[in-house]
Ligand binder design. Structure first.
Ligand code: FES
Length: 508
């Protein structure tokens, strides 16, 4: 049977698929990042598209009534049954996600003039060392490698050394080309120095590393000059795995499917490599100059990043494949840094307390504190650590996907048009809002939801249980899900629909 062509609008991208292929799969094949909070179960109602021309079967599920009336369907439950033209509206895509890269100047760190890195000894995981050796002779005839290690030990005593056959192959010519002067780049871990590269003579060019935060929703890459310790470029975006569900459980379920694990690993590496490309261009740094990557993520994300099956993390008694991860060569992962570079992953504590919380607790200095400290990480997964230098306790829960828009009538990620702050004033409860990118409002994101709850409560619109109170305002009304409060009217919104928060959203 012939393939069908699916034209995706407004991008005008075309993909060829077999009859009966899922429409969501076709859209993903075209590289269009459609939201799919529930990972294609037909329950979140986020993968909404409109068929302009042609036939699909299915397409129903938990789709909001208003969208259904307008002819929208769910891509995850629809199958391609002919040549198609499909519109994928901007508000249902994952792109242009706002990623928090740094304290934006409004944070408590700036207010209190706190520098978290103050007091940290600079111990870069990679360094360049210049060595000068006595040339060999008939009397002093040690091998090139022994000669190199003897000199290196003067700089790095009590260290074991490792070298790959590939670097060893280059050694004789490089030593002679530099007339027995050579710059050695080493990556250090657990008292072992791996020789990554050799340059003839004195090479004073910088050496770089990357710090990677692999979040369930977002990924951030920071390029660090390992000599000065300064971050020279930083970029973030959404995790491309998000097309297969918003939370770790949905991702684990997909990973267990045939080719699911490989696909999820490919997508996260593609995300990191694209960010790498951007930071390299920004700082004019070549990939060979980046010799180490330090990666932190929750336990599931780390498993997926390394291509380790996370299946047993979600099955009682919830056991990860590993909590400590061995170093991996960049070329094994196809991470676009120096192929001989090392990839070091932060250790996890348990199935749902990963390297992300470990790195956060480390930087916040919890293990050094005399006072009792509570450290909270609110992400798609939420974790807490309580303790001080004598003891630390931790626990985790699922904080998302409510904060990413899942289960919220007008919920969305922090993309252009997401309401992120509101003010409610006056007797008629007038609302002023601020949106991401100052675009007309199309929904409300996680920060907006938290702010909204606080302001609704302060204005007396909800009580402490989240129940809506009787107030004299046209903004409070009864919708199909019960009481709701209008944050933005259709006339001012970017999608010509009222943007509301409902009592059941608050419960969610
Ligand atoms: Fe389609 Fe959730 S309803 S991905």
């Amino acid at each position: 049977m012939n393939n069908y062509s699916v034209v995706l609008l407004p991008d005008k991208k075309t993909v060829e698929v077999k009859p009966g292929t899922g429409l969501l799969e076709a859209i993903q094949k075209a590289g269009i990042p459609l939201k799919s909070t529930c990972g294609g179960q037909g329950t979140c109602g986020k993968c909404t598209v409109k068929v302009i021309e042609g036939n699909v079967s299915g397409g129903m599920g938990n789709i909001p009534a208003k969208l259904k009336e307008q002819g929208f369907i769910l891509a995850c439950t629809a199958k391609v049954e002919g040549n198609l033209k499909v519109e994928v509206p901007a508000e249902f895509r994952l792109h242009e996600h706002q990623v928090l890269l740094d304290d934006d100047g409004q944070g408590v760190l700036k207010e209190r003039k706190l520098d978290l890195l103050q007091g940290f000894a600079q111990t870069p995981p990679a360094q360049k060392i210049y060595l000068e050796m006595t040339p060999p002779s008939l009397v002093e005839n040690a091998s090139d490698y022994s000669r190199l290690i003897t000199e290196l030990k003067k700089h790095l005593p009590k260290t074991k050394f490792a070298i790959s056959n590939e670097v060893l192959q280059d050694l004789p010519e490089i030593l002679r080309a530099g007339e027995w002067g050579v710059t050695v780049t080493v990556v250090l871990q657990d008292q072992t120095a791996e020789i990554i590269s050799l340059t003839p003579g004195k090479d004073e060019s910088p050496v770089y590393g990357i710090a990677v935060d692999v979040g369930t929703t977002t990924v951030v890459v920071a390029l660090v000059d390992l000599i000065t310790g300064k971050i020279v470029a930083r970029e973030g975006t959404y995790n491309k795995q998000a097309g297969f569900g918003d939370d770790v459980i949905t991702r684990i379920i997909y990973a267990v499917e045939e080719q699911g694990l490989g696909e999820l690993q490919r997508l996260v590496l593609e995300t990191v490599n694209e960010l790498l490309d951007k930071v390299q261009k920004e700082a004019s740094v070549k990939s060979e100059e980046i010799v180490v990557a330090v990666v932190s993520g929750n336990t599931t994300m780390t498993h997926l990043f390394l291509g380790i099956n996370p299946k047993y993390i979600r099955l009682e008694p919830y056991i990860p494949a590993a909590s400590d991860y061995p170093p991996v060569k960049a070329k094994e992962l196809d991470l676009k840094i120096n192929p001989r570079g090392e990839v070091l992953n932060f250790p996890s504590v348990a199935s749902y307390v990963g390297g992300d919380i470990v790195s956060g607790a480390l930087v916040a200095g919890l293990d050094q504190s005399d006072e009792l400290v509570l450290f909270i990480d609110i992400g798609t997964n939420g974790e807490m650590v309580l303790g001080n230098k004598e003891w630390l306790m931790t626990c985790a829960c699922s904080a998302g996907p409510a904060f990413e828009g899942g289960g919220i009538t007008n919920g969305m990620r922090a993309m252009a048009g997401a309401i992120e702050r509101i003010q409610i004033s006056g007797e008629s409860f007038e609302v002023q809002y601020q949106t991401v990118g100052n675009a007309p409002p199309v929904g409300i994101c996680g920060s907006g939801l938290i702010d909204c709850l606080a302001k609704l409560r302060r204005a007396g619109i909800i009580d402490r249980t989240g129940k809506m109170q009787e107030i004299a305002s046209s903004r409070l009304r009864t919708g199909s899900d019960g009481p709701e409060f209008v944050l933005a009217w259709a006339s001012e919104s970017g999608n010509k629909q009222d943007i509301v928060i409902t009592e059941s959203d608050i419960k969610n």
